[in-house]
Ligand binder design. Sequence first.
Ligand code: ADP
Length: 265
Amino acid sequence: DFSVSLPKTSNDEIGELSTSIQILANDLNYLKKERNEFLGSISHELRTPLTYIKGYADIAKRNNISEKDRLHYIHIIYEESNHVSNLLTELFDLAKMDQHTFSISKEKVNICLFMQSILRKMEPAFESKGVKLEFICQKETFAHIDPIRFEQVFLNLLDNALKYSDTNTLTAIEITKKENIIDINVRDQGHGIPAEDLPYIFDRLYRVDKSRSRLTGGYGLGLSIVKEIIDAHGGTISVESQLNKGTCFKITLKGLYDENRFADR
Ligand code: ADP
């Protein structure tokens, strides 16, 4: 630990300095603890799929198993390798964000058309789970965003909406623009998030139900990446949720005036 032993504070500059150093030492200890916890969680996340991969690879190479079983084991190995690879991709993104080498390249995007193309990709998954998709957007809504990063944002939010919803529910995406502000709401009628967990869901590796994670396949990194991307665009993201009723993620972005409107001014 970073420990400092300083004389008891006096009421002058030395006193102030010693208080500041004490606060700094506490911060450093806190960061060290956070880093250790983070590394511990990552090792755990990596160890679990690797244990499966090693175990099933071991059985799959035996001579006395049926071809059908061998294919089944190879399928599990493939799925688990995907887990590892996805986790590493997300971690790599976060590391780049931390080093500020995460580049954003903004362009003028018609956000309605953009969202439509993302929804087209997600539609089959929603359909097969019986979750209805609804999309409302004011036409000609332009934003200055990095489309690759924003695709990541929307895919993450929609993927969560789907993961945490049951059949016969609705996920609604609404984009509205008032003056120069664009509001994007992604609202589901899913399981909801307990109030005590809400403040932490944008934290790295935070998951509400730890035991469900392997079933739903998440690492608790998605929303932290979403938030970093929105922050990097100068926007905000917030969440409202009610247990067993649903969740709504609200993104606010500065918009661009469309050309026609701009000409009016
Ligand atoms: P994960 O990959 O585990 O889904 P995220 O960072 O995307 O990680 O989300 C963190 C946690 O927040 C999730 O584990 C889940 O408990 C909760 N969560 C996120 N989105 C929703 C949602 N739409 N409905 C209910 N819970 C959600």
